[in-house]
Design a protein around this ligand. Structure first.
Ligand code: NAP
Ligand code: GCO
Length: 264
């Protein structure tokens, strides 16, 4: 019998106050896991706790910046003490800066690399020793179309998400023998606050040109929703994926398979 159940598992989803992280945390909870999550703003934390409560999902929420090793160590220790050893880590927290590369400061570039790539290293490093001791573990890194593709203005983000794909493969390579699976989810274009500026209506009420562009690039002919990531996340967190390691599961409505619409 295929086992998708997460009963008795402890999951930490970073940046799960809203957007993709929230949906993934909800899915893991519905599959039986105990949930911990973090974000940086108290306002986001409180709003998220209320939303999880409304859905009947018990959570432990933390104010923790994933780029700060001491804050991460404190959070991981608190989860171990109050919920148990983390079985499932989802590195979801991330930001984007859309700035042409020649106008981007080194500090801005470094901030994106710090949150979108270095933090996944910090988080994984904090949980792997316990996973080795326990004899299993699942790490899911939230990658991107930009793990494979480039476009104008997102140099730092693409560099970080490309790096995250390789960090994923390296964790799988280095810790697979300890029954730790590290895989990526590569969302396509998903309607969340991060992509809201790309979907803003024009003054005349028409669609943003980037919005129309994405619809035409996506065989499914729509933006993804955070809910589209729920099934893939449960699969990669469960025993059903125990021989899947170092894989990036793209959940993109077909974007990466598609050459694009031919001109009329
Ligand atoms: P979002 O709506 O902007 O949510 C980001 C979450 O991360 C928030 O909860 C935010 O809360 C938290 N966060 C940001 N920086 C943090 C930090 N340093 N420490 C802790 N928490 C932090 O983003 P999203 O669209 O749901 O994206 C989630 C992930 O999926 C990101 O890694 C993103 O790059 C990736 N992704 C998104 C799309 C898409 O189309 N939306 C596609 C592919 C991949 P606070 O602000 O309170 O910290
Ligand atoms: C952008 C977008 C993307 C998406 C996503 C694609 O400006 O191109 O924000 O990078 O958020 O990561 O998979």
């Amino acid at each position: 019998m295929v086992n998708f159940s997460l009963d008795g598992k402890v999951a930490l989803v970073t940046g799960a106050a809203y957007g993709i992280g929230f949906a993934i945390a909800q899915a893991l909870a519905e599959a039986g896991a105990k949930i911990a999550f973090n974000c940086r703003s108290v306002e986001h934390l409180e709003a998220a706790k209320a939303e999880y409560a409304r859905l009947g999902i018990p959570v432990r929420g933390y104010i923790c910046d994933v780029t700060k090793e001491d804050e991460v160590a404190h959070m991981v220790a608190d989860i171990r003490e109050n919920l148990g050893v983390i079985d499932i880590l989802v590195n979801n927290a991330g930001i984007i800066k859309r700035i042409p590369m020649t106008e981007m400061s080194v500090d801005e570039f470094r901030q994106v690399i710090d949150i979108d790539l270095t933090a996944a290293f910090i988080m994984a490093k904090a949980v792997i020793p316990d996973m080795i001791q326990k004899g299993h573990g699942k790490i899911i890194n939230v990658c991107s179309m930009m793990s494979e593709l480039g476009r104008e203005t997102v140099s730092a983000y693409a560099a970080a998400k490309g790096g995250l794909k390789m960090l994923t493969r390296n964790i799988a390579s280095e810790y697979g023998e300890y029954n730790i699976q590290c895989n990526g989810i590569g969302p396509g274009y998903i309607a969340t606050p991060q992509t809201a500026p790309l979907r803003e209506k024009q003054a005349d009420g028409s669609r943003h040109p980037f919005d129309s562009f994405i619809i035409s690039k996506t065989p499914a002919a729509r933006w993804g929703t955070p809910e589209d990531l729920m099934g893939p996340a449960v699969f990669l967190a469960s025993d059903a994926s125990d021989f899947v390691n170092g894989h990036i599961l793209y959940v993109d409505g077909g974007i990466l398979a598609y050459i694009g619409k031919q001109p009329k």
